[in-house]
Write a protein that binds this ligand. Sequence first.
Ligand code: V47
Length: 353
Amino acid sequence: MVAGERLDFDDGVALLETDDVLALGELADLARRLRGGTDEVYFVQNLYVSQTNVCRVKCKFCAFAATRKQPHAYTLTTEELVEDVLRQREVTGFTELHMVNGENPHVDFAFYRDTIAALHAALPDVHLKCYTASEIHHMTTLSGLTHEEVLRELRDAGLGSLPGGGAEIFADRVRRIIAPGKEPAEIWFHVHDTAHRLGIPTHCTMLYGHVETYEERVDHILRLREQQDRTGGFLAFIPLAFHPENTVFERRGWRHTTGVDDLKMLAFSRLMLDNVDHIKAYWIMMGMPLAAIALHFGADDVQGTVVREEIFHAAGARTETEQKIEQLVRFVREAGRIPVQRDTLYNELRRWE
Ligand code: V47
């Protein structure tokens, strides 16, 4: 690695198999610095929203989705969503709106396009980071349009970037077990490939800590690396630790990943993904104390203020749902790093020396 060679499949498995977690963290931090990383740690001021939790796919890891008839099911109209977001704006500022939904079979493509257009008209200076690749694919099924046509229409309506969800684990074996109703990996890649070629940046994720093997994690990360070599449009990678509560896996006795697993995954991804600039330590998922350590294991971003979050909290996350900017600044400083508030595209907005 220090010699500048790319790590391969066997290296990846060896990294995950090591028990020397501290050495792994040190290597990842070194890799981050060798690739130009400094003491800066980024965060964004963002708001999470979800317009609908109604979903046709029955992913076994998901505690968020509902069928239309369930009492907690909701689908907001465009007007309700915009009103809600504007109300929230009076309470707290944000430069990014992060929206992920269920794949609702009872709406049409206009529902999505009109929502983006209305959000963009109401908040022209806010970056709209909306819809996972799975949702984009769902829109093609609803409309008969291609991925390119859907993405062009959304981009022209004001969409800024795509979040990285829906990736889960790319290996077919795992997808068949945890998400049998979900599109195959090739479709996830086709959506991101198309987005990058249209100038829409995206994010990428991996949902780990369930039935996948170390080899399948390595396969996942290498497929992301190959895509990034081709199009370069991934802004950041976010490892997502599986939260089992309120899912079928909880009833089967599955437990949350350990802190050591989470740190290993961060270091592993920083070392393997030599062409993605930023790795996020998602504090909503791991909590602030572990996120602070993660900043020394290759991560350089703590995602954001995240004023509302539903997916991880439905699945048992006990973390808070909001960090004020001052809290994030203090947190980054206490970890020995320099806090930098960024926009979604990693332009610096403010720094605290
Ligand atoms: O695809 C769902 C994951 C994803 C659970 O791009 C779960 O910056 C753990 O897209 N336990 C959607 N994970 C969320 C998403 C996201 C999140 C954070 C940052 C970004 C980004 C994107 O959430 C899903 C799935 O992989 N997920 N249920 C669960 N029980």
